[in-house]
Design a protein around this ligand. Structure first.
Ligand SMILES: [Zn+2]
Length: 235
């Protein structure tokens, strides 16, 4: 009965398809972005661990030098002790030796602690590097997949737009511009709604009987004054 309505609904169906394709396209971007962010977080973590490793290595080198120096000192003390001739000198040499040994033993346990920390930090660094490699592999795969999805969505979009252009030709110009205005103005996906009982199918506002009657009898497409969409009487 109402060919205008049929043409309009066909046009809207094409627009819904186009909208779906646009959403599919938009959904591809966040996936790449999420992987980029994860890679950056991993790189930051690697940077922090590397800095900590470098600092511990510096301490380790410094401590090794000190330790070598102090061990040499003990050796020298030992030689001196062999050549002392009186008790007083011997007591002094023993005290000095004890002191040096205490220092060396403290340094040795510090060095052990640093070695342990370095071992832990290097293990962390290793697992962070593994994670980075994993993210990069994932990224590469995702990029390739997104690129191929983009190509296929583009193809579907081309077909959908051509179909939409044909469908638009069948809708009378004034009705079409009304429809385009409603969709464009409020960025709606749909602009045409079937009435739901006595109410607008979109906002559920009750429509006066008089207008319902006209729509029912003539197949007219009417505007909902509450939400601004086009309404029609189903069936
Ligand atoms: Zn409404």
């Amino acid at each position: 009965m109402s060919t205008d309505l049929d043409s309009l609904l066909a046009l809207q169906a094409d627009d819904v398809v186009i909208h779906g394709l646009q959403e599919q396209m938009a959904a591809l971007e966040p996936r790449i972005r999420e992987l980029d962010q994860r890679k950056q977080r991993t790189l930051d973590a690697i940077g922090r661990t590397s800095t900590a490793v470098a600092a511990e290595e510096k301490k380790q080198a410094w401590l090794r030098d000190k330790l070598a120096e102090h061990k040499l000192l003990i050796e020298r003390n030992q030689t001196q002790m062999d050549s002392v001739t009186n008790m007083k000198m011997a007591t002094a040499a023993v005290a000095q030796m004890e002191q040096a040994r205490k220092i060396v033993s403290g340094e040795e346990s510090d060095l052990l602690a640093i070695n342990r920390r370095l071992e832990e930090l290097r293990a962390v660094l290793n697992s962070q590097n593994n994670e980075l490699a994993g993210v990069e592999t994932e990224q590469e795969a995702a990029r390739a997949e997104v690129a191929s999805q983009r190509v296929s969505i583009d193809k579907e979009m081309e077909v959908a737009k051509a179909k939409r252009a044909d469908a638009a030709k069948l809708v009378p110009a004034d009705l079409r511009s009304k429809y385009d205005r409603i969709r464009g103005g409020k960025k709606r996906t749909e602009a045409v709604f079937a009435m739901s009982g006595m109410s607008c199918g979109n906002c559920d506002t009750a429509i006066p009987m008089q207008r319902r009657h006209v729509m029912n009898n003539t197949g007219a497409i009417d505007l909902c004054e509450a939400c601004g969409v086009l309404m029609y009487f189903p069936g």
